[in-house]
Design a protein around this ligand. Structure first.
Ligand code: 5GP
Ligand code: ZN
Length: 117
């Protein structure tokens, strides 16, 4: 996915403020943070959405989640954080490269979802 913005970040073609990197995953601060600390964990390999994962991706997805708390602590989040994966149009996904949002750094992240209007 040559034009995908997160593929370009994972290839280093677009700069990002890195939180964590290994051979399969990358975490970097969100460009437009919604909370004092807001970063994204992505697989380096392009996967568009949670609709597109398969059994072959279990190890990769497990790696993203099992590293999350350690990454959060490295950013000072030692009293909790919010973990969000937006999927598709209804889920409000804007970038179609799978990512986990990690947010915190305020006394509370706030309600899980806002009321439907
Ligand atoms: P989504 O709505 O798809 O779950 O979230 C996409 C997130 O990616 C948004 O929070 C947005 O601020 C962030 N984002 C979009 N483009 C860039 C970029 O070029 N660099 C970084 N660091 N974050 C980005
Ligand atoms: Zn991509």
């Amino acid at each position: 996915m040559s034009g995908c913005i997160f593929c370009r970040i994972s290839r280093g073609e677009i700069p990002s403020r890195k939180v964590y990197e290994d051979d399969e995953i990358l975490a970097f601060h969100d460009l437009n943070p919604q909370r004092p600390v807001h970063f994204l964990i992505i697989p380096k390999r392009h996967i568009s959405t949670l609709y597109d994962v398969s059994a072959d991706d279990q190890e990769l997805l497990g790696r993203m989640l099992t590293r999350a708390a350690e990454m959060a602590r490295s950013q000072g989040l030692d009293d909790g954080f919010r973990t969000i994966v937006n999927t598709g149009r209804v889920g409000g996904q804007e970038v179609y490269h799978l990512h986990i949002h990690i947010m915190g750094g305020a006394d509370s992240v706030g309600p899980m979802v806002s009321a439907l209007k």
